[in-house]
Design a binder for this molecule. Structure first.
Ligand SMILES: *[C@@H]1O[C@H](CO)[C@@H](O)[C@H](O)[C@H]1NC(C)=O
Ligand SMILES: *[C@@H]1O[C@H](CO)[C@@H](O)[C@H](O)[C@H]1NC(C)=O
Length: 243
């Protein structure tokens, strides 16, 4: 298992950038569902394909230190400048963020508007309290409660079934710059449906550009000069209750 992962990563390091990348990633997808979640790309080339395998699980790196960037290549100021406007302090950090020490499991982020979860109100919320119909054959009574209580109940149901994003900082290791990423996860400590059965799953993601220390190998298997390349790292930004 670990060995096959390592060989897949070896292949990943061999991947030639450009047009071949997509085909190659498709190949990887078959052998390893994890590594395809990150897409390599060069500035100005086609957009990365979104992945349904989120969040990106721990990448297994080849241990050899000659694949690590040397001290001389870790000039933070220079790298910060090179990343330019792609540097997003909201989701990236060069050093370990303080909040990671206190909340290693992350923080729940509920986007609210007027005390309700942000976004469109789910259709089923509107049905709460209404008579229950079975075609024209049968009809059970609705909830005989005042409007205020009904409104509260609807809000509660909306809250109950809402799936917030849990953001947690993760150390990507020395071969990424910046080294820290704020990843999104969908909270799954309980079912989000009544009756239980559905769970929170990712429905929206964005990518951020990181540098990856890349040591390519040419066709003859000789290693070429290592350098920083840009990669697109996907981050979950939206979760929904689904089957
Ligand atoms: C984080 O999660 C782990 C395992 O789920 C748990 O044991 C630990 O207490 C949690 N830490 C905090 C600070 O919540
Ligand atoms: C719904 O959640 C919000 C927080 O997002 C809270 O302020 C509000 O009191 C909750 N409403 C009900 C009815 O549970």
């Amino acid at each position: 298992m670990a060995l096959s992962r390592i060989s897949v990563l070896l292949l990943l390091l061999v991947v030639k950038l450009g047009a071949a990348t997509h085909a190659f990633l498709d190949l990887l997808k078959e052998s390893d569902p994890v590594t395809d979640a990150i897409t390599f790309h060069r500035r100005g080339t086609s957009r990365p394909a979104p992945s349904d395998k989120l969040p990106v699980l721990g990448l297994i790196e080849l241990p050899s230190t000659h694949l690590d960037p040397p001290e001389s290549e870790l000039n933070h100021r220079k790298l910060r400048k090179a990343l330019g406007k792609d540097f997003d302090p909201e989701y990236m950090a060069i050093g370990r963020p303080i909040i990671f020490v206190f909340q290693p499991n992350g923080t729940v982020s509920i986007k609210k508007r007027k005390g309700r979860p942000k976004g469109r109100r789910p259709d089923y919320v509107q049905e709460i309290g209404k008579p229950i119909r079975y075609g024209s054959q049968m009809r059970l009574p609705g909830l005989n409660i005042n409007r205020r209580t009904k409104r509260k109940l609807k809000k509660y149901m909306w809250n109950y079934t809402h799936c917030p994003v849990v953001y947690a900082w993760k150390d990507l290791g020395i071969r990424f710059w910046p080294q820290w990423i704020k990843e999104g996860h969908c909270y799954n400590g309980r079912s989000c449906s009544i009756p239980p059965g559905m769970s929170c799953r990712p429905t929206g993601s964005e990518t951020r550009t990181f540098f990856r220390w890349h040591c390519p190998v040419n066709k003859k298997g000789q290693s070429m000069k290592c350098k920083w390349i840009r990669i697109q790292y996907p981050i979950i930004t939206e979760c929904s209750c689904s089957c």
